[in-house]
Design a protein around this ligand. Sequence first.
Ligand code: 173
Ligand code: 173
Length: 322
Amino acid sequence: MNLRLLRTATALLFAAGFAAAAGAQEATLRLVSAFAENGIYVQRLQPWINKFNAEGKGVLQINFIGGPKAMPPFEVGNAVKTGVVDMAMSTGAFYTNVMPEADFLKLTQIPVADQRKNGAFDAINKVWNEKANMQYLARMVEHQPFHIYTNKKVDKPDLTGQKIRITPVYRDFFQALNANVITTPPGEVYTALERGVVDGYGWPIGGIFDLNWHEKTKFRIDPGFYDAEVSLVMNLPAYNKLSGPQRAYLQKQLLALEAENTFWTRYATEETARQEKAGIQTIKFDAATSKAFSDQAYEVGWASAAKQSPEIAARFKSLFGR
Ligand code: 173
Ligand code: 173
């Protein structure tokens, strides 16, 4: 072995190690997920993180800490706000305890690519920066309407006498449909169904098989409403601390992630078929009733937003629509 070569290699190794240790070049961001590790959202996130780390050596790395076993879903928002973690994959409904506006993102009716073009994305970030100490990085789930899943058949959009599991996403709409509502994180839905604590639940079109809810689900009500939002958010001071190259690298990977969102349209179709195969029956209304149902969802959603935060609701409404 050539001694000079060996010395050079050792020196290079040391230099790389030193830079990383001193944080001069490479930084590592700690990321938690508010959604289960075996669910579709983490399944989509994990390969992105792997690619991020493979291509980001010496610049930026992500350390995936885990899902709800590592941190309760409804605490994730505050953990990002306070810098306990640097980054999270979550949904606004899970951090209304940070700010009520978080849940408004379910009301977007244009793709995130268009939100970046029409100013919606910047308007969101202004609010996220000021009110939540967060940078809104990327929306990684869209084209996923929410549905009512229930074990009690209905022939009209009326949930009278039904106990339905919710998050803030569904509260006002389901109450307008006369449901009794119970808030739980996703991890408690299966047991709640099994014990008859609830008759049904709200959830997007995709993902009910991930936690075996199909075993306890008889009906899905159509049409869906709103658009499920799952996004990456980051502690604002941690974001501001990134160097120019680190921020550029992060941005490149975030846009690559969003470019994969066409997946969700396909997934919605597949999951609809899979539900039918699993014996879940679809409850459909006539065209006029369906339209009234959809309209009511948005009317109730925006009315609730306006009540909680009138100026921001008005600003978002002008940017979120088709
Ligand atoms: O027009 C659409 O159906 C569409 O592209 C879309 C995208 C995101 C959310 C809702 C609808
Ligand atoms: O838990 C939920 O039903 C919920 O609010 C949600 C939000 C986005 C994606 C999936 C579920």
